[in-house]
Design a protein around this ligand. Sequence first.
Ligand code: AGP
Length: 576
Amino acid sequence: MCGIIGYVGFKEAYDIIVTGLKQLEYRGYDSAGICTQHSQSLHLVKYKGRVENLQQSKIQGTLGIGHTRWATHGKPSDNNAHPFVDSQNQFSIVHNGIIENYLELKEELRKDHTQFTSDTDSEVIVHLIAKYYEGDLRDAVLKTTKRLQGSYAFCVIDKNHKEIIGARNGSPLIIGVGKNENFFASDVSAVIEYTKEVIYLNDFEIAKITKNFIDIIDFEGNNKPLAIQEVEWDIEQAQKQGYKHFMIKEIMEQPKVVENQLKVQFDFGSKPKTVHIVACGGAGFAGVLGEYLIEEISKIPTKFYHGSEFRYRKPILHEDDLVVAISQSGETADTLAAIRKAKESNTKTLAIINVVGSTIARESDDVIYTRAGPEISVASTKAFLAQILSMYQLAYALKNEVFTFQDYKEIIEQLLQLDEQIKQLAEKYFKYQNFIYIGRNRNYAIALEGALKLKEIAYIHAEAYPSGELKHGPLALVSEDMPTFAICPQDEFYEKNFSNIQEVKARNGRVISLATEGDEKINLISDDVIYIPKVDSILYPLLETVPLHLFAYHIANFRENDIDKPRNLAKSVTVE
Ligand code: AGP
């Protein structure tokens, strides 16, 4: 994870880097730092904590690099914060990724009397560059990359030259192409305020940027073309626009998201024999829903795998199968590894991705972009909705039909009006420490999502079960201190769900039911009911996420949590 940025141009690098790091904070936020070059020396500030801590110590220079960290090696501290400098204060680096052979490299460098100032894996990079430097920074970087194992995107500057070198192997790095200024960044959001023209670096590439020059070579030293692309969105979309948090802003944007997503075309030449869906976290629950839907709608055997499990369980893949990866960021390391594993078996891969130009999108045979727009909040909401909608589109496309849902946008608008009611409900429930979520069949996928959101942003222990599983163990947990959130729309499973809720009530459990408008009977067994409009049975999951996300949001807000940047997490998980 971690966010990196580099600037070379004519403006104060510090200002641009701080602004860019704020956009990148979703990638990690336990420490931050900047190094600038000014008067032929390097100037460094770095602190444990948020980017805003940097505001106390402005440093000069029109060239610099910055970093916001999500700790992997070494706890969050001033010393472990990036950038790192070499012993002579001549070079400085920022790194995103993991250097797997750092212990051996550290041992080797220590024998050369190198002093380390941190517990990180990243620091070896700057000392290797110092070791290999013979007057050309890019040559030193090229030699350094030959020594590194693991994944990385890093940027390096030296105290004398007005240039930044960036290298990529397994972690994202883009170049922002400006006028008399150029940028490096982990993603487009950090540079979109200054330019809409970007180059997505590929793995095994090294780029050199000055204020009016860009040059890319591969790790063998061959020149590479500059493939400049135009970014489709703008800075307003990545700002809060008056909302207290990005999460609630992104929830409120969903009518537009579904309108755009419904226009996306899914086409398939031939039917796969088996569909394998791979994804992590919340995106994985979209995958669980996809598993139910594809089998039900297109009758193709479908299996869901957690991204982190896929390659280790030796999946049985055939050339006429299809591996589908779902990811908002398109950078999730485990999902990416699954795509690479599928390619080893010559199995066709399809990526359903939100971030245009991301690594999984580029490495898959086919890509379909979800149309959620930039999502900043670590807790995914609008991208999740676009992902589950894409599962319907995929399931119907595999049957050679087009999925349609008339009035869906209006229904989402109507669901958003539940905000005030759900806020009041959250006020009633925000002090509970444990929750159970239940749902049957496709609705179970949404129960999983509801529980994850409560864990992620409210720090409340929440577990999700298929409703019928409750009596096989979890029912022992039920008491008046552990409420159950029951997803119980009027679908073909209604009566079964109803009985399961009764089992909870019979044990003094409190119940919040998510039910269909007009269902009065559910009041008999629920403490509170949230009503959603009546639709075809199969469509209910598309309505259920809005109330569940609002519930988690308001609970977290009453608990005064840092909703957009929950503790210990990062949005883009680029490590295993
Ligand atoms: C969702 O709210 C979480 N932030 C997380 O589980 C996320 O869905 C997961 O890390 C996958 O991310 P991706 O969609 O970018 O691959």
